[in-house]
Write a protein that binds this ligand. Structure first.
Ligand code: KG4
Ligand code: ZN
Length: 354
């Protein structure tokens, strides 16, 4: 079973070929990140236009890298939600057209569920990837953390899952991105906050952890405000001082301490709840997924506190990519082939949840 996966839900145009749900044969990602960096965040219209330009070259390159031609491809999988409407449309319309013209079955994939399936890749024909030695076992607890999601999901089996909790406001990746902006670090904030944090003291500031009614729910907007208030205090100003003026008034040591204390506190919240869910549900495996899963502090804290070893996937497969979509596509095509999508009707669902 060889599946072509297509992903275009945000600013990455991505395609990949995966064989039998575990062999990564190609992974091509074109990002419009540079075009958005000047605005400090993703501009939906720019993302959509850039997908139009990139999608065919990216798919062509993914087939070439996998040494495949169209007759080798058994199915196409595509992200149909959630994400930016204009961005999703380009991927879905391309996948629908290819499914019809090349005569391939089409599978519709939920973006967050796809992120989790990056952890099922264990082998590759490509250089430069470090993958887990074996696939995760069920029941599997997944922490999905990205720029739009912070979710704890319990998978009893493939396609049989329960959302245990989610964020009530900002996603954790969004908090990283906004804190980066406050202290003058470039977009995307996550990796840059992490880099700056390495120079700072995690205990310089005590940031609050939100107490939620839902045992497994998250909230990061209070933490973000606490970071803002701390930064304002550091330069001797009150809460009326605009965040846009902070970067030039904070010195490098203050920025590093804010980044380190914020990162430590945000990650601790994620790990606290993951541990709580681990103790209640006693899963046979725990996986992390989504852009924030690339974070080294998250990996360090989990390794320290979770009684179960985690096999992490390559950071390149944590941020948006086509391989995760192709992998889940393989499982759908193999285990649930009747769920094939109608290539004449498949629509996007921007606000799709788990
Ligand atoms: O999964 P992803 O590529 O796109 C979404 O589905 O949102 O995740 C992007 C998010 C961004 O918020 C980015 O700042 C964050 O993941 N991110 C990180 C790291 N790398 C990416 N956050 C913390 N540490 C990182 N190393
Ligand atoms: Zn994502």
């Amino acid at each position: 079973m060889i599946v072509l996966g297509i992903e275009s839900s945000c600013d990455e145009t991505a395609a990949a070929v995966v064989q039998d749900g575990h062999i990564l044969r190609s992974n091509v990602v074109a990002t419009s990140l540079d075009l958005h960096a000047v605005y400090g965040g993703v501009v939906p219209e720019i993302a959509a236009r850039s997908h139009i330009e990139s999608i065919i070259p990216v798919i062509t390159q993914a087939l070439e890298q996998a040494a495949c031609d169209w007759q080798d491809i058994d199915a196409i999988a595509v992200t149909y939600g959630g994400g930016l409407g204009g961005s999703l449309l380009i991927g879905v319309l391309t996948a629908r057209t290819l499914a019809i013209t090349k005569g391939k079955p089409l599978y519709a994939v939920n973006h967050v569920e796809g992120h989790v399936y990056a952890n099922f890749l264990t082998d590759t024909t490509l250089e430069g990837y470090v993958l887990p030695a074996k696939q995760p076992e069920f029941p599997m607890l997944a922490l999905a953390v990205s720029g739009k999601h912070s979710e704890l999901i319990l998978f009893r089996n493939h396609f049989d899952y329960q959302l245990l909790g989610e964020t009530c406001d900002d996603a954790v990746g969004e908090a990283f991105d906004k804190v980066a902006k406050m202290i003058g670090l470039p977009y995307p904030g996550g990796p840059n906050v992490s880099k700056k944090a390495a120079e700072g003291n995690q205990h310089a500031f005590m940031f609050p952890k939100a107490k939620m009614a839902g045992k497994y729910d998250f909230s990061f907007s209070g933490l973000k405000t606490a970071v803002l208030r701390t930064a304002q205090l550091q330069i001797g100003e009150d809460h009326t001082f605009p965040s846009i003026g902070l970067p030039e008034r904070l010195n490098e040591a203050q920025k590093a301490d804010i980044a380190a204390s914020f990162e430590c506190s945000a990650i601790e919240t994620l790990v606290d709840k993951t541990l709580l869910a681990y103790e209640e549900f006693k899963p046979r495996s725990v996986v992390i997924a989504g852009g924030v899963a690339a974070n080294q502090e998250l990996r360090r804290q989990l390794a320290d506190r979770l009684p179960l070893p985690i096999a992490y996937t390559d950071p390149k497969l944590c941020t948006d990519n086509g391989a995760m979509i192709a992998t889940l596509g393989c499982f759908k095509a193999n285990l649930d082939p009747k769920k094939v999508a109608d290539p004449y009707l498949l629509d996007i669902v921007s606000n799709l949840s788990m």
